[in-house]
Design a protein around this ligand. Structure first.
Ligand SMILES: [Fe+2]
Length: 186
């Protein structure tokens, strides 16, 4: 499985060391989860919208689609900040790395039940993907902003002072969730 083909946005990270750490983190999470490349496209990005899963167990928006869309929104946000002459305040590489890794824990939070349905596993229920994601990447010594994106992009970070890059990732993540939920009537 070629991680750079699965997530083409990785090549937008200019710093080679960070780029490789992102590849290794995703590789490790996917291998810990035991997913094949085909199965990855059958993981819904959330379990809160059952309609995302079709009767043949294919999905309308996979976790891969979601991670890519969030990262693309982060890149577009960076470009709008360039328009506003604010981009110097952002680390573009870390913003992209954080977008790509914010849900890295979901590859271990979910598992396939005997019927092939994707469910949250026991550790996933207790720890959730933000904490599980931080556990996975500990050995790669990622920048603090990327680590904060993993552990605090979701509700866990609501009482935390998010860094600017993480604030953007958090909002792009919710843009790829709340309106989708409304579209499906929740
Ligand atoms: Fe997400």
């Amino acid at each position: 499985m070629e991680i750079k083909n699965l997530f083409p946005e990785i090549i937008e990270i200019k710093n080679e060391e960070l780029r490789e750490k992102v590849v290794k983190s995703l590789e490790k999470a996917i291998s810990l989860g035991g997913w094949t490349e085909e199965e990855l496209h059958r993981i819904p990005f959330t379990l809160l919208i059952p309609e995302l899963v079709n009767s043949d167990l294919s999905v309308k928006i996979s976790i891969i689609d979601h991670i890519r869309a969030v990262t693309q929104m982060c890149i577009t946000t960076y470009e709008r900040y360039e328009f506003l002459n604010l981009a110097d305040n952002l680390n573009k590489d870390e913003l992209i790395a954080g977008g790509l890794l914010h849900d890295v824990g979901k590859f271990v939070e979910y598992e396939k039940d005997p019927t092939g349905k994707i469910v949250q596993n026991k550790a996933g229920k207790i720890l959730r993907h933000p904490a599980q994601g931080l556990e996975i990447v500990y050995e790669f010594n990622l920048p603090l902003s990327v680590r904060q994106a993993i552990i605090f992009h979701s509700k866990e970070g609501d009482k935390i002072k998010r860094l600017t890059e993480v604030e953007i990732i958090h909002r792009c993540d919710f843009l790829c969730f709340e309106p989708v939920r409304k579209i499906y009537g929740y």
